[in-house]
Design a protein around this ligand. Structure first.
Ligand SMILES: Cc1cc2nc3c(=O)[nH]c(=O)nc-3n(C[C@H](O)[C@H](O)[C@H](O)COP(=O)(O)O)c2cc1C
Length: 168
């Protein structure tokens, strides 16, 4: 799939259905995360590919729809390694979300609901205490078609040369 098509098709899908995901695809997805830029190329992020149905069921306690994921990618960060760790995490997450769509699957960036259960989830996944577990990307296929949440028009958020000058 063309990059721009993936950017347009990516959406937060919460009505996932399980599907077969070959290992090769899971590898491509985390490789897209690995290749994202990071401040000073420190790359303070690691990925856990979760395919164990019992762990997936447990993680769904955080947000129920994840029960229907076939795999979940967990993103682990090392805040001590770089002051840009949060940005570095976000860059890798977006790369992975686009790769997921390009390969024909759907996902959703799960972070808000993870925050309150982070320590519990870290323990479940064996993540070291000093690291952060920042995002979960459940992967499956959408049960029904849909579209990305509405976005502000470019004309409202883009300027030419100076703030406030219309981009025409
Ligand atoms: C930092 C961040 C945290 C998010 N956390 C959650 C979450 O915990 N649960 C969830 O269902 N969606 C979560 N989302 C998805 C957003 O709700 C979604 O991206 C937004 O509503 C726009 O919809 P779209 O992804 O279809 O464009 C999160 C997105 C971001 C960027």
């Amino acid at each position: 799939m063309d990059l721009f098509e993936a950017i347009e098709k990516r959406r937060s899908v919460r009505n996932l259905v399980k599907c077969e995901i070959p290992r090769e695809h899971l590898e491509k997805i985390v490789d897209a995360g690995r290749r994202a830029p990071s401040g000073m190329n420190i790359q303070p992020r690691e990925f856990i590919v979760i395919t164990d149905p019992e762990l997936i069921e447990k993680l769904a306690e955080i947000q129920g729809f994840m029960r229907n994921a076939s795999a979940i990618i967990a993103v682990v960060c090392d805040p001590k390694a770089s002051k840009f760790w949060l940005e570095d995490m976000a860059a890798s997450v977006e790369n992975m979300l686009l790769a997921i769509v390009a390969l024909g699957y759907d996902s959703c960036w799960v972070e808000g609901t993870l925050l309150g259960r982070e320590e519990w989830a870290k323990e479940l996944l064996g993540v070291p205490k000093e690291k952060r577990l920042m995002a979960l990307l459940p992967i499956g296929k959408a049960a029904s078609p849909g579209s990305q949440a509405p976005k502000k028009p470019l004309s409202e958020i883009t300027y030419l040369n100076r703030y406030g000058e219309p981009f025409r």
